[in-house]
Structures are given as structure tokens and as C-alpha cells.
Design a protein around this ligand. Sequence first.
Ligand SMILES: [Zn+2]
Length: 255
Amino acid sequence: MTDARVALNRAQVQTTLHDLTTPVDALTPPWPGDQPFRRASRWSIEAGDAVNVDTVTTTTHIGTHIDAPSHVRSGGHSIDRTPLDACIGDCLIVDVRPLVGVSTSPHGFAPLTLVRSRIAALARGVGREASSIKRVLLRHRDAPVSTWDGQTPGLDPAFVQWFGDHGGRLIGIDLLSFDPETSKMLPAHSAAIDAGVVMLEGLDLTRVPEGFGDLIALPALWIGADAAPVRAVFRREAVCSIPTPNPIIPTRRNP
Ligand SMILES: [Zn+2]
């Protein structure tokens, strides 16, 4: 038999799922004055009932959630009319922490020009055009939200408008609101509604690096509600080569 040297060059796609959802319990901070999360037992097996059933009382804006236009605009559509195609698909995570506080805005949001440049640079890095990005998640925080932060910077309304004008479908943030706590005009919310951009708030972006992947972030189908909780997942694929096994070395035959 002819001796053979076999080398295997193989590659496989490795998929990683990152959970971007903020865990919700009684300690999850709501907007000041809003209803915190409370869970109580209605029926209990220990108490002799056939099943365990809990009752939950909370705001529609607890933890990770999507705001519907009706949240800030009378007559705006409610959460059950959220376009689901905006909530699923190709997405870019951008770390804007170095960009927060450099603008002259009183709340220090990351300004349009810098966020736009960062998005363009990340897109260029993988041979893409910034205009092809329809979903973007902006990381502002070093740690997940654990207490109410009254200094939340919100988003630059000009950025929201620019993103929507270029076909953007969804913006997600790790802040609890698109606008700062003291804002009464809510310009970033308004810009999103005008541009048809879905508003995803309260993400935890601390465990996933910048870059592209797929977002899945669907709101509960709560008819008529102004917002609803979301389980947000980011799926990233990486091509890894499998180490080439030791080649088969021909066996020397004794004469
Ligand atoms: Zn909200």
C-alpha cells in the first residue's frame, strides 16, 4: 500500500450567545417615583395548592424594555405594534464610554459627530459601509445599572435623527432612558419616534465587546401598553480553525 501523508485543514463556525438582559428583582431600580418590581405568591404548593403561581406588580419600564411611541406621544402606537423585523437581525455594538462627557451638552451625551465616526471606523474594519447598519447598541456604563443614576446622559437627539435618516431601525442603550432625568421635552425620544427607530433601553452591555453580531430583542405582546419587557440576546459567530491533527507519518517498513 502506498504510504500517504494526510493533512486536514478544517474550519468551524463557533456561535456565542450573549445575554444583554438586566436581571429583574425587587432591587432593580425603576425611574424615580415609578412602581418597583414586586413578586408575590398567589397559589403555592407548599400551602396546599396544586401549583405555584406568582403575581408580579411593576412598571412597564423595568429592566430591559422597549418604549413604544405612546410612552411620550399621545396617539402614538402602543408596544403591540412594534415592528418585529426591527428587533431581530444584524447589529453593531459600539462602546461610547470614551465619548461621553466630551460634548458641551449639559448632560454630556456622546455627540453625533464622534459616535458617527466610531461607527464608520468599526464598519470599515470589517469592510462594510456605515449606512448598512440598521441596529446599533451603545455602551455607556462600566457596570450594570444597580441603583438609579440621576446623571444618566441620554442620547444626542441629532445622532438619533441621523441614524433614522440613514435607514436605522433600532437603537439600544445601557441607560434607563433615551433622555436625561430632568428633560421635559424628551428630544431623543421624539427624534426616534419621528424617524421610526425602535427604542431599546436598560440593556446590560458590560459582558460583550464592540463589534457586529445578531440581535434578538422582542417585546412582550402587551396590548395597548406604552412599553414592555424584553429578553435581549446577541449572537456572534466566529470562524475558528480546528488545530490540524498530527499528520500521518509513513511507517518505515523493515527490509
Ligand atoms: Zn422606557
